[in-house]
Design a protein around this ligand. Sequence first.
Ligand code: NAD
Ligand code: LMR
Length: 388
Amino acid sequence: MKQAGRVLRRPVPSSAFPWFPSAFGIKQRQIDALHAQLVATDPLIEKIKQKRPVRVSVTGGAGAIGYSLLFRIANGELLGPEVPIELTVIELPMALKAAEGVAMELEDCAFPLLDKLTITDNEEQGFDGCEIALLVGSKPRGPGMERADLIRENGKIFQKTGQTLNKFAEKYCRTTVVGNPCNTNALIACNNAPDIPARNFTAMTRLDHDRAVGFLAKKTMLPPNEINHLAIWGNHSATMFPDLTNTSCHGTPWHELIGEFYADRYWRNEFAPKIQQRGARIIQARGKSSAASAANACLNHTRDWCMGTETPDWCSMGVVSDGEHNVPAGLVFSYPVYCQDGAYKVVTTDDQPASSFWWWSEYSNYCIEQNVQELLAERDNVSDMLPN
Ligand code: NAD
Ligand code: LMR
C-alpha cells in the first residue's frame, strides 16, 4: 500500500560515486550530501517548501482540459494546500472571451490559494517569470485519426512556445507537455529552449499509467493504490508498452492473482490493447477526447515531479532519454521514474531495490523497440522544427 509523502529512493543514483565504499554508510552520506546540494539550489523547491507563491502558466485554458485543470490547480491540488498560486492562462485571441468567462468562475470560487489570476493572448507576457508551464493548448484529434496526424500543425505551436519559454520563463521552470503528440511536442519545445535544462521538459504519459492501474485494480478487485510498479514505456500512442513485468497487487505478483496460465494471454491480448486504444474509444463514445481524466493525469504527473512519488512505487513520465535502457539519447521516451524534490530519476538496474526486479523479455524488448522506431520517425518528420 502506498504512503503519501515518504520517498525512499533518491534522484541521485546509487551508482554515483563508484569509488566510495558502501561500508558504514560512507557512500550513502555522499549521495545524501549531493542530493541536499541539488535541492538547496533549486529555487522552485525552495519556494514550495517555504510556501511562497508559485507562478503557474497554463496554455489552452478555455479548452476542455483547461476547464477541469484550472479549478483544481487553484484549489491546491497541484502543489498542496499551503502553496499559493499565481495563475496565468494563455489562450488564442479568438478564445480570449471564453477564457475571461472561466476567469470569472475562478474568481467566484474564492479559492484562498489563488493569489493572482491573469488571462492573456500574449505568450511573452504569459510565460514571463513562469515556474511551472502546463502546455495543453493545441488541437485534439477527432474520430479515426492517430495522435501523430497532428504533428505538423501542433508541432509549430510547441516550437514557438519553446522559444518563448527560453526567453521569458525562469531557467528552472518545469514544463509538462499535454498537447498531442505529446512526446514529440515535448522534444520540439525542449529543442527550441536551449537555455533551459532538457530535464525540465516532460511529456504526459500519466493518463496511460493511471488507466492501466485502474484496469488492473478493477480486474483484481483491489483499490488502485494497491497496484504498484506498473510502467508505461515509449510513446503516448497506440504503440505504447504497458508493462506488468514488475507489477504487484497488494504486494503479490500480479500474475499470481490473474492465474499463471492465463496471465500472459490476458496481458498481451486484452490488457495492453485496452490501454493502447483507450483514448480512441473515449473519442468514439464522447465525440471528443478525454478531458477530466487528462486534467487529473496532468496534476498527478506534475505534482509527483515537484513533490515526489509515493512509496513504494514509481510513476511513468515521458522524459528526455539519456540513453537509459538503450533508448537513443535525446528522444522523449516514457519510462518508470522515481521523483523526489523536483527531480526525477529513470529506474534502472542500478537502483538497489530495483536490481531485484526482473527486467527484460523478448516481448518487452520488441515492444520497446517498436516505440523507439516510431519516435525516431516522428522526430524525422519534424526535423525542420529542431534547430539545436
Ligand atoms: P480543446 O480543443 O478543447 O482545447 C484546446 C484549447 O487550446 C482551445 O481553447 C484553443 O483555443 C487553445 N489553443 C490552441 N492553440 C493554442 C496556442 N497556440 N496557445 C494557447 N492556446 C491554444 O482541446 P483539449 O481537449 O483541451 O485537448 C488539448 C490537447 O491535449 C490536444 O492536443 C489533445 O490531443 C491533448 N490531450 C493529451 C492527452 C495526453 O494524455 N497526453 C490527453 C488528452 C488530451
Ligand atoms: C487520450 O489518450 O485520451 C488523449 O491522448 C486524447 C487522444 O487523442 O486519444
